[in-house]
Design a protein around this ligand. Structure first.
Ligand SMILES: [Zn+2]
Length: 393
């Protein structure tokens, strides 16, 4: 990936037809968009977001760790099922995303398709992950069929499956999901290694899932655990890794886990501000930023201060700066574009500016000597072009 100067893009319908020196196109009799002193980059990809959870943000009380936070989320979700509140969350989350330069989202959907018409209306590209936990395990196959039918002819939305986590699903349900995904070829993703307690949980050690979360459930999930497991080794044991899943968070990995990641070419989405928001540690940024299959997400507003992907990139930049990583700014831009596209399985369509790829583009006014600083430092205020699938939005 590099910066090209004095170039123009020739677009046809929703695709990039040609990239060439700007003089080559100047006499063509097409509609022209002149951005002057600007930099054009591929549209940003927020690879992991829960559009429906904006409303949770203001209702959170103090918590000391991930399980205490999750405990509140479970209670809030039980009490608040007002559809209009959820619809407003979805709309607000899409608007904030687009405003910060996002053209593709990896949406984790847990309200049975309430978000589909809204995503469709705003015309944002979306990998739509249907979320499964023990709470909806009995009817997920039926509901999934309904969702699939509703996504027919929605060209910008593709479907995937998102088992919520290793602690929220019976091992047996994981096995059912794995066999369905193998048969149907769905892309899969899950939250993994997000908290210290999750690591202790899967080993069967003392942890707050057993001591706090499961205490309130009518039936406790039936999960196979072993002292030798890490969250990742458990997924390997049940053959989930055969599906080439995209693993979200991964901020509590052992060195052995990192070897498994590399050996299996596993895709990883990091959400660094969410980890800090939940009082957990950051992922190994040196490992993640030097790995080819890393994407970036904000997670939901339930575990972040805002859904601005550029703020997420800037936060990452500040944290990683001390690590002396080569070409750090370029690497951060990579994970927010092509890296994310790889994580969502759509890198043949988007994620870079290439002939024949979809015209998902963002323009920034150049305000600083290094054009990359114009992107990273302004929180999206200098964006002067937003285009998804060839349409200016
Ligand atoms: Zn999440």
């Amino acid at each position: 990936m590099g910066l090209l100067e004095n170039r123009s893009l020739l677009l046809k319908s929703n695709k990039i037809l040609k990239i060439d020196h700007k003089n080559k196109f100047k006499d063509l009799n097409y509609k022209k968009i002149n951005l002057n002193e600007s930099i054009i980059i591929p549209g940003l990809i927020n690879s992991h977001i829960h559009l429906e959870l904006n409303w949770v943000h203001k209702k959170l009380r103090e918590y000391k760790n991930f399980p205490e936070w999750l405990n509140q989320i479970i209670d809030l979700k039980k009490n608040n099922l007002n559809k209009n509140v959820i619809k407003k969350s979805i709309k607000d989350a899409i608007i904030s995303s687009i405003k910060s330069g996002v053209t593709t989202i990896g949406q984790i959907s847990s309200y049975n398709g309430i978000d589909i018409p809204i995503i469709n209306k705003y015309g944002i590209r979306c990998c739509y992950f249907y979320e499964i936990a023990n709470s909806n395990k009995d009817n997920f196959i039926k509901n999934l069929k309904v969702i699939e039918r509703r996504l027919i002819k929605k060209n910008l939305i593709s479907i995937g499956i998102f088992p919520h986590s290793i602690y929220s699903l019976d091992t047996k349900i994981w096995e059912t999901i794995i066999s369905i995904c193998k048969k149907k070829g769905y892309i899969t993703s899950t939250h993994l290694s997000e908290s210290r307690d999750e690591v202790q949980f899967i080993k069967g050690n003392d942890n707050k899932f057993d001591n706090l979360i499961f205490q309130k459930l009518i039936s406790t999930p039936n999960i196979y655990r072993r002292k030798s497991f890490s969250p990742l080794k458990y997924l390997k044991y049940i053959n989930f890794l055969d599906l080439n899943p995209t693993l979200v968070h991964m901020n509590n990995l052992s060195n052995e886990d990192k070897d498994i990641v590399k050996k299996n070419n596993l895709r990883i989405i990091i959400c660094p501000r969410s980890n800090v928001f939940l009082k957990e540690k950051l992922p190994d940024l040196e490992f993640m930023l030097n790995y080819d299959l890393t994407g970036l997400g904000t997670d939901g507003l339930s575990s972040n201060h805002d859904l601005n992907i550029i703020n997420e990139m800037y936060f990452l930049y500040k944290k990683a700066k001390k690590l002396k990583i080569k070409n750090l700014k370029e690497k951060i831009l990579y994970i927010a574009t092509l890296g994310g596209a790889k994580c969502l399985g759509i890198d043949n369509q988007v994620g870079s500016i290439q002939e024949n790829k979809k015209a998902d583009l963002i323009g920034f006014k150049i305000t600083q000597k290094n054009p990359l600083n114009s992107i990273l430092y302004d929180g999206g205020k200098n964006i002067n072009l937003r285009m998804i699938d060839g349409k200016i939005i």
